[in-house]
Design a binder for this molecule. Structure first.
Ligand SMILES: C[S@@+](CC[C@H](N)C(=O)[O-])C[C@H]1O[C@@H](n2cnc3c(N)ncnc32)[C@H](O)[C@@H]1O
Length: 282
């Protein structure tokens, strides 16, 4: 995966879809900086320490991981992809474009307006049809046709859904909030709920409803894919619920199993089940 990722992000398909200024910055890194940046982004959790290449290559590296997952599942080349909570992140969208050579279709339901605007600004080179809809993932079936997607990609979205579920009832409007300066507060609220043993009551319903709705809009025989990552730099920060964030996939797996949804889990080759989870929709 290391060599392929290095090739994709420095010269290959993923690189070809990146904005000119990002391509120029990648071009200015040494071979050693590029390799180190890719290695950092393949590790889970990602290593400590500042690395400009690591930061810049994060989303391109994640795009390669999603592309490889689509290949492994042998999805149709003209695939339709649903992503809840894209924010300003392009990995799933770039993977869809490359896998389909621009023939696919991509839809995200995403609440935060400013992050969606940032994502739009990154998409000048993509060829596929994409739509960003400002609706909650818990309303997917009211916005998108049942059984009409090949795959739902929850890319680092479990934490997004949980954070919103605890922030909205506390009065934070997550459509309009300036996300990054306020994210720590959302995570602190999530940590408070976890410490009080209240995740089941306050956070689980929002996540499970988003999953349930994704199940409805994915065709039988289609897929739900989840990934998560975190960064060792958070481990020593007292406010950060480190263990919770390292185990969000196992927690979601447990909740999904208890929800009795028509899903069967499959392993994904070379992916740690602590950080990746893949279901076939029955
Ligand atoms: C920080 S971005 C994360 C983007 C991407 N998932 C990633 O981790 O790279 C979080 C986004 O999730 C969106 N989000 C959170 N809960 C949501 C929900 N219930 N429905 C739709 N979007 C949601 C937020 O509005 C925000 O745009």
């Amino acid at each position: 995966m290391l060599e392929r990722t290095l090739e994709e992000v420095s010269r290959g398909g993923v690189h070809s879809l990146l904005p000119d200024d990002v391509q120029a910055k990648i071009g200015a890194f040494s071979a050693g900086e590029l390799r180190d940046g890719v290695e950092r982004n393949l590790a889970r959790p990602m290593p400590r320490g500042p690395s400009e290449a690591g930061r810049l290559l994060m989303n391109p590296c994640l795009a390669v991981q999603w592309l490889a997952a689509f290949e492994e599942l042998d999805l149709p080349r003209d695939l339709r992809v649903y992503e809840p909570c894209a924010g300003s992140s392009e990995p799933v969208l770039l993977a869809t474009d490359l896998y389909s050579e621009g023939a696919g279709e991509y839809v995200s339901l995403n609440l935060n307006r400013a992050l969606a605007a940032q994502l739009r600004d990154k998409l000048g080179k993509v060829r596929l049809a994409w739509t960003l809809v400002e609706e909650p993932a818990q309303a997917a079936r009211h916005v998108l046709a049942p059984g009409s997607f090949d795959v739902a990609c929850f890319h680092h979205a479990i934490n997004d859904l949980l954070q919103t579920a605890v922030a909205e009832p506390r009065g934070m409007d997550t459509r309009t909030v300036d996300w990054w300066p306020n994210e720590r507060r959302m995570i602190e609220w999530l940590a408070e709920e976890a410490a009080a043993g209240d995740l089941d009551r306050r956070a689980r319903p929002g996540l499970l409803e988003a999953v349930r709705q994704a199940v409805e809009i994915v065709r039988p025989g289609g897929w739900l894919l989840f990934d998560h990552w975190t960064w060792y730099g958070h481990q020593d920060q007292a406010w950060f619920p480190w263990e919770l964030f390292c185990d969000l996939i196992p927690l979601a797996r447990e909740w999904i199993a208890e929800a009795g949804l028509p899903l069967v889990e499959h392993p994904v080759a070379g992916r740690d089940p602590r950080w990746w989870m893949c279901y076939e929709r029955q």
